[in-house]
Design a protein around this ligand. Sequence first.
Ligand code: OOB
Length: 546
Amino acid sequence: MNIENGGETLQWPLAGRQKAYFEAGYLRPKTLGDWLTTWSEQFENRTAIVDKTERYTFSRLDEQATQLAFGFLNAGLKPGDKVIVQLPNCICFVTALFAMFRIGVIPVLAMPTQRENDIAALCEQCNPSAYLVPEKFLGFNYVAMAEKIKSAFSSIKTLFVDGVSEKHSALSLLNCSPTALPNINPFELALLLLSGGTTGTPKLIPRTHSDYAFNFIESSKVCEFSSSTVYLAALPAAHNFPLGCPGIFGTLHVGGKVVMSRTPGSDEAFTLIEQEKVTTTALVPPLLKLWLSSREWDKTNIDTLSLVQVGGAKLDVETAKRVAPELGSELQQVFGMAEGLLCYTRRSDPLDTVLKTQGCPMSCADEIKLVDGDGLQVADGEAGELLTRGPYTIRGYFNADSHNAIAFTHDGFYKSGDIVRKTPEGNYVVEGRVKEQINRAGEKIAVSEIEPLLNLFEPIKESVIVAIPDDQLGERSCVFVTSANNEVLPTLNDLRTYLRGLGVPRYKQPDQLEITTHWPLTSVGKIDKKALVAIAQSNMLKSQKS
Ligand code: OOB
């Protein structure tokens, strides 16, 4: 098949389903770099993006991305090279990404909160040629970490630093003279996202120019973004949700304005909402809860905020109900994954759907199957593991053949690990995770069965159950709870007596109780189960010693 691309004709053996998606118009022959050119032609002097220090029009964003592309080429980067990009939410993050898209260099999107071990694990997976960091952010010296990483990984030839006073400063790249930009195939790899696992080592998710463009263009239609959208990127921009669902890219696509908040907390976010007249933002549930509690005393004017998207983890109905009265905005639930599939509640949905479901797929080309433990489709209305395939859902993780063999079916469906139910209206409700099951001496405990019961127990505000490796049992169950009243803390015995009263068998009652005042969070703000397991193990060791 021949594809027109900037006057050149590319030979590309599009095959199978990708060919079908192309022919059906889902995947378009246009690179992300070329999309920026289109936006700059359409929206020229409108404001595209704002951060703490600068404001760029669409034309300036386009120019700067091209300048930086020249700089990257001049610094020795070549199409196909990987670059770890670890920047906070700032204009440079977006400029650098588009510069890379224009020269076929692949950004690997690391989170600012990641440290040496995490970055080393990424380097092992993708052999990066360069690493882009801020000079300093929230008191952490990224340059020192980057120097260490560079000396440990010989593939890294260059460090780029977003800052003024550094020898590697990326700013100097902006003065390089123009050279020819390479031709980039829109159906090839554009960026590598991190998988959102709250357990285990993240895998790299390969997204192409054309599939990612479909991701944000279709999202911005479904979410009704327009040129009057002012989008606040409060979650870290390296995450798929604020980046492309519809997020930063989906806002730019319709000529809206993007506002980059360096931190997700309400202090900075509320001020930016007031100053920039923000209309829309995306949050994860723990962050939404923080915003709601700040709102009790922080009376900054956030009247312009009209849409709050919430996703990334299950939103409980009680919190969902608070969004409209307390933030003065409409709620939209988003159930998505960096691997592809996005489900949204629609803006025209009845309130009950928005409060109680995670919506339905963005595209009619998304295929979903709900299956049982044997891979057989469950009956209508029953919960099963969600398998999915579609124009913007990956066919495999990057460089992970053996994992791919178990994470995808032979006919290309991604096994999400999410346990989901479909309502008669066609919306999906996330009920838990396949792996959120505790195998206690061979007896299986579904976390989604016990957690809601515990949450109804008066002394408990919120509970999270995790599986802890155990010499005798294989796995034991540990429940972490935040207490509803710090004066009267529940004991393990209280919990067991309560559950016994509800007829819950002994093996399903927790083996260990940990009371916590706050939840450890992942880089994007989801409850970090891996950290909970480590805390439970270390507390158990301490109690055994004493
Ligand atoms: C988003 O993406 P990831 O890749 O960080 O995490 C995906 C996983 C899903 O498989 C599911 O387990 C969970 O996060 N999840 C939800 C959810 N949204 C995501 N679980 C329950 N309710 C929801 N609404 O988290 C992500 C990507 C794009 C848009 C939004 C979220």
